[in-house]
Design a protein around this ligand. Structure first.
Ligand code: NDP
Ligand code: OXD
Length: 310
């Protein structure tokens, strides 16, 4: 059993392949070599792999993705409709996502941004006390990431709602389901946190039309994918004041181009796609476990539903 490894996580593949090889001794891992021959791999372990991987390694029986989002794989030529794709589930990412969302929410609602500015002017100026009812949080996507985010923020006593395709019954989190409840969800939300996967249905969902439905002085946190957000719409709504601020981790083009207006916008805080990193040890452990189960013919979790795209 040959396994091709092609990951953009690190320039050095050794710290990934060595432990994977030790945990899956019955297979032979080989690092992707853009100049090398096709190895006839049966399995692939990938993260943002080279564009020609599925054309060159055309005998793949299954693909193991070293991340939660699989949207990048669907853009690559040669990906067969019936090749199972298995993604990471949590693997240490959900807690990071919750930290990130908590930071963004608290910075806005506890006015830490205002205090940063005040410190620069050496003014001792307490801001009005927090009223959590004025900061209703809405989490788009209630999967592995969204559920952890929602539960964490609810534990700080913010009113939290979740929006998803099929809903779930997390205690203390108001549930909104499907397109027909999107408007009601947005209308009760001031801090919108997007943890959706990128699919044909969710691309562009953070549009002017939808963002206008949010409560005034809204704050947007985008940790899903850059293509969820219509960037020009966000800029216009920041200018109009309907949106008070945005915390963005993902962008249409990554790295964000030097001349992009987001870099210098006073009400945008941005980070370079680090909201929830794939931690090496956790990722290796989970992927090795999934491969071993696959090799033993046991059922797997985290298999992408190709009809839904996530
Ligand atoms: P999951 O598959 O566990 O959860 C996806 C959630 O989105 C589910 O609740 C699903 O609904 C919901 N959803 C999907 N499509 C729709 C739709 N059309 N309408 C309403 N709800 C929808 O994924 P994860 O939580 O593990 O990851 C989510 C995304 O987070 C990833 O795809 C990736 O893009 C992003 N991510 C970003 C990272 C970063 O560092 N910035 C790190 C990790 C992930 P249902 O429950 O009904 O299926
Ligand atoms: C992921 C990511 O999807 O890091 O795992 O964005």
């Amino acid at each position: 059993m040959k396994i091709i490894f092609a990951s953009a996580h690190d320039t050095d593949s050794e710290p990934w392949i060595k432990p994977l090889q030790a945990l899956v001794p019955t297979a032979e891992f080989q690092n992707w070599d853009e100049h090398g021959p096709t190895i006839g791999a049966q399995l692939a372990v990938v993260w943002n792999p080279p564009a020609d991987i599925f054309l060159r390694e055309s005998k793949l029986e299954a693909i193991f993705n070293l991340g939660a989002g699989v949207d990048a794989l669907f853009r690559l030529p040669g990906l067969k409709d019936d090749t199972p794709i298995v993604r990471l589930e949590d693997a240490g990412m959900a807690v990071q996502m919750a930290e990130y969302a908590a930071y963004a929410l608290l910075r806005a609602s506890r006015q830490f941004d205002a205090y940063e500015a005040l410190q620069n002017t050496q003014f001792w100026t307490p801001q009005p006390d927090i009223d959590r009812r004025k900061w209703p949080v809405g989490v788009m996507g209630m999967g592995v990431m969204g559920a952890r985010v929602a539960q964490t923020l609810a534990s700080f006593n913010y009113p939290v709602a979740g929006w998803s395709r099929s809903g779930n019954d997390l205690p203390g989190i108001a549930q909104f389901v499907g397109r027909h409840q999107l408007s009601a969800f947005l209308g009760r939300t001031r801090v919108l946190i997007n943890t959706l996967p990128l699919t044909d249905e969710t691309r562009g969902i953070l549009s002017r039309q939808n963002l206008l439905e949010l409560q005034p002085h809204a704050h947007i946190v985008n940790v899903g994918r850059g293509e969820h957000l219509i960037e020009e719409d966000l800029l216009a709504l920041l200018d109009s004041g309907h949106i008070q601020g945005a915390t963005l981790d993902v962008f249409r083009q990554e790295p964000l181009p030097q001349d992009h207006p987001f870099w210098r916008h006073p009400r945008i805080t941005l980070t370079p796609h680090v909201a929830a990193a794939s931690l090496r040890e956790e990722s290796i452990e989970q992927v090795a476990e999934k491969i071993n189960r696959y090799l033993r013919g046991e059922p797997l979790t985290g298999v992408v539903a190709r009809s839904k795209g996530y």
